[in-house]
Design a protein around this ligand. Structure first.
Ligand code: FNR
Length: 182
């Protein structure tokens, strides 16, 4: 049976570089893996009251979907040297109600990309801080900070060194995932 890999993209804009990178990773996946896109753009902001009264349908969808995947690949820009609120909100929603964290034990990889030179380093590490707490083992090496991204693209295609780097990250992640998933 194919292993299921969730993809979460931290940017909501339609022409997002991070989304294009995520789609490229999807295209590079070998046989035996299936991608599940985990949408986060329509999740109401986490409010604990709603978990007692009337759970929003979009929260339930995220939780149900996340439960089905074997691991998660995160692709995100950096906003003000941290993660976009949308991705933090998705992690918060999936982590609750207390004791029903859907993320626990699922191996993750964090890829950050930016038109800037630093490649989303700040977002990458802020995201890792939350992933540690929600108990997602996360690939540590190689690290994936993709800087100056438009210079490596022609339309939706990446130059050869960048694509080669994506393959290195993906292969390392799949090897890591398979340490945890039969
Ligand atoms: C940014 N951007 C940005 N870039 C960066 O390298 N470090 C940063 O701290 C920030 N901060 C930031 C805040 C906000 C609110 C926005 C909207 C943007 C620029 C960002 O990297 C750029 O818009 C990317 O293109 C966003 O990624 P997507 O949407 O292309 O995936």
């Amino acid at each position: 049976m194919a292993k299921k890999i969730g993809i979460i993209v931290g940017s909501l804009r339609k022409d997002s570089f991070n989304k294009i990178i995520a789609e490229t990773f999807e295209g590079l996946l070998p046989d035996g893996y299936e991608v599940v896109w985990i949408e986060i753009g329509d999740l109401p902001l986490y409010n604990e009251d709603l978990d007692h009264d009337d759970v929003p349908a979009a929260w339930q969808r995220l939780r149900d979907t996340a439960k089905t995947v074997d691991g998660v690949m995160f692709f995100t820009p950096e906003y003000n040297r941290s993660v976009p609120a949308a991705i933090k909100n998705a992690i918060d929603v999936g982590s609750r109600p207390m004791g029903q964290n859907v993320w626990g034990g699922k191996p993750a990889v964090v890829v950050t990309a930016s038109p800037g030179a630093i490649g989303g380093f700040g977002a990458n590490h802020h995201l890792r801080q939350s992933l540690t707490f929600v108990d997602m083992p996360t690939l540590q090496q190689p690290e994936a900070y993709i800087g100056n991204i438009p210079q490596h693209m022609d339309g939706n295609h990446f130059d050869e060194p960048t694509t080669g780097f994506f393959e290195i990250i993906l292969n390392a992640y799949l090897k890591f995932l398979n340490r945890f998933v039969d």
